[in-house]
Design a protein around this ligand. Sequence first.
Ligand SMILES: Nc1ncnc2c1ncn2[C@@H]1O[C@H](COP(=O)(O)OP(=O)(O)O)[C@@H](O)[C@H]1O
Ligand SMILES: [Mg+2]
Length: 372
Amino acid sequence: MGFLNIKNATKAYGDVEVLHNIDISVEEGEFLVLVGPSGCGKSTLLNMIAGLEEISSGEISIKGKTMNGVHPSKRNIAMVFQSYALYPNMSVAKNITFGLEMHNVEKSVCKAALADVAKLLQIEPLLDRRPGQLSGGQRQRVAMGRALVRNPDVFLFDEPLSNLDAKLRVDMRTEIKRLHEKLKTTMVYVTHDQIEAMTLSTRIAVMFEGYVQQLGTPKQIYDTPSNLYVATFMGSPSMNLLPVDVMDGADGSQFELRIGDQVTKTVQLNGQRLPAGRYTLGLRPEHITDPESADLESGKYLMIESVVEVVEPAGADTFVTTKLQDIAVNTRMRGDIEVATGEVTEFALDLRRLHFFDPKTELRVELEAVGS
Ligand SMILES: Nc1ncnc2c1ncn2[C@@H]1O[C@H](COP(=O)(O)OP(=O)(O)O)[C@@H](O)[C@H]1O
Ligand SMILES: [Mg+2]
């Protein structure tokens, strides 16, 4: 049993079930990120953990004690919202300690806790200001300070960085990560941003339409997505998807790959097999690259020559579009590559990083070693 346990939890508004049979067990000190598009049920699940929404069926427990029916103020959790929800007429210091004072915590204890948190978040010079006199990033820090000062069992964050501009968002992301590494408090963090999910979490729950599609470490989610939804949601640019017809070959399975308009190459999966049939092949852009960026000595690459259709320089990388299986495919090349639209160039396709999905069920299909 985890530190925070969500067992077969559902949520319905009237006749409409918006969360279905959620099972997540979070260990003490974990940083769990709930990620998914708008409307998939992330906030509802977080609010159920907080006690702000009732749970329709199932159970949520913290430290082995059921939280069903327990008032939010009795759960020893702290929540940080996107909207900060600071009291405009109180000073920063008062905003941070107000919750403690409401819980009749002694003045001297409040003062010491405030000093600790202000130091941790580097907001000491701001303590006498009002929220209206702060920038967005500073307000976000105060909102975090208010949560931190309570020393909760679990921190809940609902898209805390969404109102910040891009640069500040990245800075605050690093700070939240540092904070977690320092405090080691259990955190559950909601975001629609897959990069935030990858960079912050110890584990990710990818949600879609009220279901947890996959629960795993960032590496598991990225390297072995359990279905097409997870495969295309996580990663930017998105994984390329191509229809392929897999056949049996002498040393394993094989399939034909059409390159541009003219050429077809046979891709041999040496030593590995799949039942023959139609699959959706998934290729991440970074696994189709220029030869210099590939580890060619491994001998695990398919070299192809194909026409460049679009070139998108992005600083550290250059994204190059070409055509495979009659579909525009995004590839990632090094930043200083010199290629032009219409030119034929060489691509190295990493055969160790092919993903296969059943086109009907959309589920991942694992290759098997030949002979097993
Ligand atoms: N109070 C409510 N009454 C009815 N439906 C709601 C209510 N709150 C949320 N929903 C619905 O529940 C689903 C999940 O919403 P939400 O948890 O806010 O999603 P997310 O946070 O992932 O964007 C949505 O379809 C939303 O319309
Ligand atoms: Mg939400």
